[in-house]
Ligand binder design. Structure first.
Ligand code: NDP
Length: 500
């Protein structure tokens, strides 16, 4: 007896990875599965390609990346449709995701030279006869492993920055979204036909593991915390540096002076967009006592209006069928332990869909508050004041993003959140701001994509000193005399001996 295929679950047939729509089961793509040898061969092919690409210089790469951006922008409807078919994402959400990715390609291409290019660095009095030179040189071949939930935004957040920095990229898309990954790579090959600068390798988790061991010079991973740990362990064997963008359980804090309509709108968007399958999605809200009831009413009213279904709706299906069990467990557990479903609840889980669910008074130690749910659910809990909100928000091992609504204290509260990013009076906006670094702390990973830090992540700092004149105070030479040493003692006391 053959097992029934659950729509959306990837299949392997005759050496091909078949990806299917989680809503309809329709085939979205069929890609060759890479063996370990294939992955190594891709990385080997990428090495000379990386040299060639680096040789184009910042201006040459900028031109190609801008052309790639142009192709993606002109074919935005086609890509959005493919994302919709393959992952179930509403077309509108796909368009927003692509737009954000285009902005990142554009910014990385335009700013790589300024951030990474060679420059003089001032020397200080102690080595006044030297000049310093700094540049960030490409690693060579960078491996990128991506998740399915934002199959364009997340890989491009690493790949565009790595490419702008002069690296070749071998990309392993999620097995749930290989067709979208291959589409991005194919469009890149149209504007860079000369060399395999950006390649994709397909398959299940073992292909990702093979990429970690393939000899890439750096690996950028986006995915769950559990897999991030495996990736880091595999990369440790060869001291391959890693960038880990892992899971989250982001909180929103609603202060007493918040605009409650705006806060409710952002909580519903931040928590439920992409059916809640967002690493920086709002999963927990802490609202202060004075505004709690009014805020919850507004959230329920707004979330209750959302439509759910395959086409033309606000929320699509859950992309990874197995995640439905996690969502169900979190809702059931929250309700069993005294939480109240003020919208949705256990009956909201109707595979492959989950309807909006808002849970209040959920125990802080329950799975719905502590673990990544990755569904269209929000927990909203009452707190005495913002201090208690910050304490609870910061109580988890995750630390990816966050959001604060309020006026007087909002920025100060955002700064106190133990997270890599926060939005004040909005949700998720930091992801689209190409000038800001994106990444987390604790179990959410480390390293940064986006912004100047994101570019530097893909370049090795190369420091060069150059002598301009004879040393007046010879220190680093066997030629120095006892008189020189005596003068060095004087200099040490004069320059650094003051103060306590
Ligand atoms: P997974 O960790 O399951 O998978 C991520 C990628 O890693 C996939 O391509 C997967 O391949 C691959 N992989 C699986 N096993 C291994 C292995 N042993 N070695 C190397 N690679 C492996 O995450 P999901 O795809 O389920 O994505 C959802 C998660 O990603 C959530 O936790 C979410 O929070 C997080 N995320 C984080 C973001 C951030 O920027 N911090 C952004 C977006 C998502 P395969 O699919 O073939 O198994």
């Amino acid at each position: 007896m053959t097992a029934v295929h659950v729509p959306g679950t990837p299949l392997i047939e005759a050496g091909r990875l078949v990806s299917t729509s989680p809503a309809t089961g329709a085939e979205a793509g069929r890609l060759p599965v890479a063996t370990e040898a294939d992955v190594r061969a891709a990385v080997d092919r990428a090495r000379p390609a990386a040299d060639w690409w680096a040789g184009l210089g910042f201006a040459g790469r900028r031109d190609r990346l801008q052309r790639w951006r142009g192709v993606l922008a002109r074919r935005i409807e086609e890509l959005a449709e493919l994302m919709h078919t393959e992952g179930g994402k509403p077309v509108g959400d796909a368009v927003v995701e692509i737009l954000t990715a285009l902005e990142h390609i554009d910014w990385a291409a335009r700013n790589a030279r300024r951030v990474l290019g060679p420059r003089r660095v001032r020397s200080r009095l102690i080595l006044a006869e030297f000049t310093g030179h700094l540049e960030y040189q490409p690693y060579g071949v960078v491996g990128v492993i991506g998740p399915w939930n934002y199959p364009v935004f997340t890989p491009i957040g690493s790949a565009a920055y790595a490419l702008a920095a002069g690296n070749a990229v071998v990309f392993k898309p999620s097995e749930y979204t290989p067709a979208v990954g291959q589409w991005l790579v194919d469009r890149f090959a149209e504007v860079v036909p000369e060399q395999p600068v950006f390649q994709a390798v397909h398959g299940l988790g073992d292909v990702g593991a093979a990429l970690c061991r393939s000899g890439v010079a750096k690996l950028a991973f986006t995915g769950s915390t559990a897999t991030a740990k495996k990736v880091m362990a595999a990369c440790a064997e060869t001291l391959t540096p890693v960038l880990l963008e892992a899971g989250g359980k982001d909180a929103m804090i609603v202060d007493a002076d918040a605009d409650l309509d705006a806060a409710a709108e952002a909580a519903v968007w931040g928590g439920l967009t992409n059916a809640g399958q967002t690493c920086i999605g709002i999963e927990r809200v802490y609202a202060v006592d004075q505004v709690f009831d009014a805020f919850v009413d507004k959230v329920v009213a707004k979330a209750g209006r959302l439509t759910v279904g395959a086409d033309g709706t606000d929320l699509g299906p859950i992309t990874m069928p197995s995640q439905i069990d996690v969502i169900r467990r979190h809702i059931d557990d929250a309700v069993a332990r005294g939480g109240r479903a003020v919208l949705g609840g256990p009956e909201a889980v109707q595979p492959p869909y989950v309807h909006p669910t808002v849970l209040v008074d959920v125990p802080e130690d329950s799975a719905a508050v502590r673990e990544e749910t990755f569904g269209p659910t929000l927990t909203v809990n009452r707190v005495r004041d913002v201090d208690e909100a910050v304490e609870r928000a910061n109580a988890l091992p995750y630390g990816l993003g966050g959001s604060v609504f309020g006026r007087a204290r909002a920025v100060a509260v955002a700064r106190r959140m133990r997270s890599g990013m926060a939005s004040v009076n909005s949700a998720l906006t930091f992801a689209g701001m190409s000038t800001l670094p994106f990444g987390g702390t604790g179990e959410s990973g480390f390293g940064r994509i986006h912004g100047e830090d994101g570019l530097r992540e893909f370049g090795r700092p190369k420091a060069v000193t150059r002598r301009r004149a004879r040393s007046l105070l010879p220190a680093m030479t066997f030629e120095r005399t006892p008189a020189d040493v005596a003068r060095l003692v004087k200099v040490a006391k004069l320059m650094y001996g003051r103060g306590r």
